[in-house]
Design a protein around this ligand. Sequence first.
Ligand code: MD3
Ligand code: FE
Length: 214
Amino acid sequence: MSDLFADQEAPWQEPLAPGAVVLRGFARAHADTLLAAVQAVTAEAPFRHMLTPGGLPMSVAMSNCGALGWITDRQGYRYSPVDPHSGQPWPPIPASLLHFARQAAAEAGFADFTPDACLINRYAPGTRMSLHQDRDERDFTRPIVSVSLGLPIVFLFGGMERKDKAARIPLSHGDVVVWGGPARLRFHGVLPLKDGHHPATGDCRINLTFRKAG
Ligand code: MD3
Ligand code: FE
């Protein structure tokens, strides 16, 4: 962190690119509430390592809440109203999470954001996510709101093509990023999580992404 910002109070906005803004620390004051909601959801729909279409388990452990959940298996990537682990609908998005995501989107200039899907990613040390686009949602005019909790990570923010050079953006506990407009389909990923301990999450990082999928 630059000394220039050492006396700046969270939250503050850091534009990344047209359509993309980091709300530094926006979730910090709500972290315990958000993590309690994650705990409640994952008691019903446990974290699991889904299989990629190629048959390899993802290194990220995932769960979902909402009317739709993002899944992958040998059949491919898609949204499903049912948790394949239980055969039951995903747990609903807790009101506290829904309210938080709506506030964050509004802060970034996207009024009336009502997500119907919240993907919950858990990173253990060594876990990474390679460059990809999020394009399984129906309407790319809706933003995605992402929330980082626990251990910090380096986020890769690429361009519209896989080969485009990716910027490295450090994301830490309480940071929220809103991706909309022309940033919505940019390639992105994260570098491997480094070992560490965080008071809020222990030895992992939790990322929430709120989406309007259907
Ligand atoms: C930029 N998750 O779940 S969140 C994902 O940290 C995903 O768990 C990462 O990429 C994570 O799909 C990154 C930030 C993010 C999410 C969606 C985006 C960045 C995005 C969609 C378009 C552009
Ligand atoms: Fe993504």
